[in-house]
Design a protein around this ligand. Structure first.
Ligand code: EPU
Length: 441
């Protein structure tokens, strides 16, 4: 199987690209579709490994979930006959724990393993389990098997306040709230736009879910009706990758197929650093190189801040900017796997210690004062990069290493393509169509 890219760097990327449907919307909407009494048709679903993995899991449980044409998926959960997510799917798919909702709806009990996914930190689901328990679900964890056993004893009720927001946690609790007949409030909820898309989907099936800033109210759930058609929005993470490539390769790329305002914080940072931006419509932007870049400090935070998924792309861009850029990661405790790899290409990046007055509040992961964290880097530029052999450790770092190889002089090998392809559709093909020299091997 092809699991590497050979890239000849140094080419300017130019042309137009349309981003695919958003992974982090498609996965959740597919799972939520299993709660609908009927068939659901989803358009603009990306053909990426994570989606295939989820469709396979659903088929293994007895449900129907398959592509019916290039980007259309048909889902029908009514025939699901098993109440247990197997360990293999659980270990590969982060969102596998969201199966709690459709499985509890169908069987009132279910068994779900501790989820896997990208290793960008410990990634516990403690807040999410607390939330389920607060709403009345009985959840027990068996540390020997690594499985959670959940039981729907009565109609979920009450309210839950996240101590710190969780994106997929918020989404799961919305779905859990739909299992009963009571109005449920979730506060200090995450505000990522992917959550709004999930809400829009559920509301289109008859649910009544309302978000006001960080408070979400799920009102008196009714039976969710089938025969629904829903279109997944474009992937903002893919959009910022092409925006980065346009400037980093001194190129010029028109990016379409997504909602522009969802990447405002990235485009603002890019503009400040000297990147050229021409807004063509609400769904299309031209990003281009216009002058040498200047340094840009960023710190990540949940929406509407500078998204954690964008920080690795920003770091590689800053290797080409004049000055010292400081990047602070606040959301995950291990999202700098790419640093060592970029250093192999000649990048000058150092881990630095930033004085943080109240780290328990400042960081969004469960900060442990007895541990040492590497949460900030200083990137010194501009630094020409040279080719090398790189290894991808997580999805977003994958796109970052590919960008680095595309701006480096000479040949690079980027190993671990399968990790990148979990979330980016036709990545190599899109890069080639923009004039990049990339081959899958
Ligand atoms: N956290 C806990 N306990 C919990 C829940 C979260 O400690 O019960 C911690 C996490 O470990 C993390 C922080 O809280 O340090 C925030 O985590 P959150 O739950 O918000 O993130 P997530 O739901 O696991 C989703 C996306 C990520 C994206 C983040 C931030 C999906 C499938 N994943 O993760 O996307 O970075 O929200 O928006 O939607 C990716 O696509 O590559 C990716 C990692």
């Amino acid at each position: 199987m092809e699991d590497a890219l050979i890239i000849q760097g140094g080419k300017q990327l130019k042309g137009s690209v349309r981003v695919s449907g958003a992974k982090n919307v498609a996965l959740k909407v597919i799972i939520a579709s299993l709660m609908i009494d009927g068939e659901v048709t989803l358009k603009n679903v990306p053909r990426i490994a994570d989606v295939y993995e989820l469709l396979d899991l659903i088929e293994k449980l007895g449900g129907k979930a398959k592509f019916t044409d290039q980007h259309t998926v048909s889902v029908d959960g009514r025939m699901i006959s098993k109440d247990r997510v197997d360990l293999l799917h659980g270990s590969k798919l982060r969102v596998s724990f969201m199966m709690f909702a459709p499985l509890l709806q169908r069987f009132s009990t279910c068994f779900v393993p501790n989820p896997g996914g990208c290793r960008i930190g410990a990634r516990p689901i403690d807040r999410i389990i607390d939330g389920m328990r607060s709403l009345g679900i009985k959840v027990d964890y068996d540390s020997t098997s690594g499985y959670y056993a959940a039981k729907l004893q009565k109609s979920p009720s009450g309210s839950f306040r996240f101590i710190k927001p969780s994106h997929t946690g918020t989404e799961l609790l919305i779905m859990i709230a739909l299992l009963g007949k009571n109005t449920i409030t979730i506060s200090n909820a995450a505000q990522e736009p992917e959550i709004d898309e999930l809400i829009a989907f559920l509301n289109s099936t008859g649910a009544s879910i309302n978000r006001s800033k960080s408070t979400i109210t799920v009102s008196c759930p009714r039976k969710l009706k089938g025969d629904v058609l829903f279109t997944i929005g474009g992937d903002r993470n893919e959009a910022i990758t092409f925006a980065t490539l346009a400037v980093a390769t001194k190129g010029n790329i028109t990016i379409s197929g997504f909602t522009l305002k969802l990447i405002d914080s990235y485009l603002n940072a890019l503009k400040q650093a000297g990147g050229g931006i021409e807004v063509l419509s609400d769904n299309e932007v031209r990003v281009f190189y216009q002058s040498p870049l200047s340094k840009g400090n960023i710190e990540t935070s949940p929406h509407p801040g500078f998204m954690t998924d964008w920080q690795p792309n920003w770091a590689v861009l800053m290797t080409q900017a004049q000055g010292e850029s400081v990047i602070v990661e606040r959301v995950f405790e291990n999202r700098f796997s790419y640093v060592e790899e970029l250093r192999r290409l000649g990048a000058r990046i150092d881990f630095i210690r930033q004085p943080i007055i109240n780290p328990m509040e400042y960081f969004f992961f469960n900060f442990d004062p007895s541990k040492k964290y590497n949460q900030a880097i200083r990137v010194t530029g501009p630094q020409p990069l040279h080719g090398g052999v790189l290894t991808i450790a997580d999805l977003r770092a994958g796109a970052t290493l590919a960008i680095a190889a595309l701006i480096a002089e000479g040949e690079s090998i980027v190993n671990g393509l399968s990790i990148l392809e979990r979330g980016y559709e036709h990545f190599a093909e899109k890069i080639s169509s923009l004039g990049g020299d990339v081959e899958k091997v």
